[in-house]
Design a protein around this ligand. Structure first.
Ligand code: GDP
Ligand code: GDP
Length: 442
């Protein structure tokens, strides 16, 4: 069986940590494989997904084990085979061992290849050792990237680098309208009950779109004509059975789910109110770029009134600057279950939204009128121009006359106004202040 999307060959001498790295990079996907009985998988090819792009890692480390004759097919030959149908190469080297002749031999081969290559310096287990990776510039394949497969250091940056180098035009077939939704939270808060309730809602059709690969753990639905995929439903079922280190397991599960999602609903037990752990889970989701809301489930049996709800909301706004919404629902009575789905779709649209530049520039002129920007030594900060250049999460750039006049206070003020103005509660967003060298400055 062949994995989806373009192929990324993971090359390197034995014991540099190729297999460990592949496991780390494909974390969520490996879990998928374990939980989907009946799906046989070629062990050399591991499907991966990052930033909405799918690709397949070819683990040449794993290949060693399949060779009947250990001497057959030199490492060079294996590398050649993997390179033949890969679009990107990762040359993995051992950062603790330094440059070795084997690395040079493979680098030689790769320099003559016409595809992009990233030198991955593995076993850099602590940040203080990062500088030692620069030794691998000597391989003549550009900037080496320091990672630790066992510690998980630098792997996000590496995945970014891989995705950047993938060939254009291989985007996954899923249209951008699809919203990937994660229901996360502590065990027994009612996540699976809510999903079951979704399925019984009149608004929901469980869709089975022909031609799309369907993970056993992801549930595609259609809500009022919109495609919504609830991710990692298997995690919900499994979670309750784990007794040791529930918090650790919950965090791990949530992390994997949010990495693959646009929207995260953090389900809480209304009985307990929003707990510290619920808040941590919400933060994790927003860090991963998910539009996030908290949901107090079991509202039917909660000893709470509207005034208590105000208290919970104030608590959340106090703790989380992104001001996620706090909704209420009951998986048993069905209260607000449809509304929850509607909110999820709104959140999904917001996190992928692109606000037109004229609106943003109108926005900054309003902001400046509302509160004068700070001044330093008689010269005042000026906001010159604003544009959005990325979505999911939305990322904006504001050109200013002088960067060091941007105070933290004012930056937060702008961010909060932006969130309020464009209804982006619970949406992680980034604002870069960029200095413009300009002639017309007085
Ligand atoms: P491969 O032969 O290149 O696939 O290498 P493996 O993934 O089997 O790893 C070889 C050895 O290096 C194993 O003992 C790993 O535990 C160890 N290893 C892999 N990655 C790291 C890392 O980031 N740091 C450290 N300290 N050891 C690692
Ligand atoms: P999960 O571990 O988060 O998936 O939680 P479950 O969906 O398995 O629910 C845990 C328990 O809470 C089950 O006994 C459910 O019947 C119960 N439960 C879930 N949602 C509600 C609700 O809205 N109201 C009430 N009263 N019970 C609920």
């Amino acid at each position: 069986m062949s994995g989806p999307g373009p192929k990324v060959a993971v090359l390197g001498y034995p014991n540099v940590g190729k297999s460990s790295l592949v496991n780390r990079l494909s974390e969520s996907r490996v879990a998928v494989v374990h939980e989907a009985p009946g799906i046989t998988r070629d062990r050399h090819e591991i499907p991966c997904e990052w930033g909405g792009r799918r690709f397949t890692l070819i683990d040449t480390g794993g290949m060693d084990m399949f060779d009947e004759d250990p001497m057959a097919g030199s490492i060079r030959e294996q590398a050649r085979a993997a390179m033949a149908d890969a679009s990107v190469g990762l040359l993995v080297v051992d950062g603790q061992a330094g440059v070795r002749p084997g690395d040079e031999e493979l680098a030689d081969l790769l320099r003559r290849w016409d595809k992009p290559v990233v030198v991955v310096v593995n076993k850099i287990d602590s940040v203080k050792n990062v500088p030692s990776a620069s030794e691998f510039y000597a391989l003549g394949l550009g900037d080496p990237m320091a990672v630790s497969a066992t510690q998980g250091l630098g792997t996000g940056d590496l995945l970014d680098a891989v995705v950047e180098r993938l060939p254009e035009g291989d985007f996954e077939p899923e249209d951008d309208e699809t919203i990937r939704l994660a229901l996360i939270g502590r065990p027994n808060v009612g996540k699976s009950s809510l999903v079951n309730k979704f399925l019984r809602s009149e608004r929901v059709i469980v869709s089975d779109v022909a031609g799309t690969t369907r993970d056993a753990i992801d549930l595609p639905m259609e809500v009022d004509g919109r495609r919504v995929i609830v991710v990692d439903t298997a995690g919900m079922r499994r979670q309750a059975k784990v007794t040791e280190s529930v918090e650790y397991y919950t965090t791990l599960r949530s992390q994997r789910a949010v990495e693959r999602s646009d929207v995260a609903l953090v389900i809480c037990d209304a009985h307990d109110g929003v707990t510290a752990q619920d808040l941590r889970i919400a933060e994790l989701a927003m860090k991963a770029g998910c539009a996030t809301a908290l949901v107090l489930n079991k509202w039917d049996i909660a000893p709470m009134e509207e005034s208590d709800l105000d208290h919970e909301r104030a608590k959340v706004n106090n703790k989380i600057r992104l001001r996620p919404k706090v909704l209420t629902t009951s998986a048993v009575s069905g209260r607000n279950v449809d509304r929850l789905l509607k909110e999820a779709i709104i959140l999904g649209d917001r996190v992928k939204t692109r606000i037109p530049t004229p609106q943003l520039n109108r926005f900054i002129s309003e902001v400046v009128q509302e509160r004068q920007p700070p001044a330093k030594q008689g010269s005042r900060l000026r906001l010159l121009y604003m544009a959005q250049f990325e979505t999911r999460p939305p990322r904006f750039a504001i050109q200013v006359n002088s960067r060091n006049r941007v105070t933290r206070d004012y930056a937060y003020f702008v961010e909060n106004r932006l969130r309020a103005r464009f209804g982006m509660d619970g949406i992680p967003l980034i604002i870069d202040f960029k200095e413009r060298k300009q002639r017309d400055e007085r």
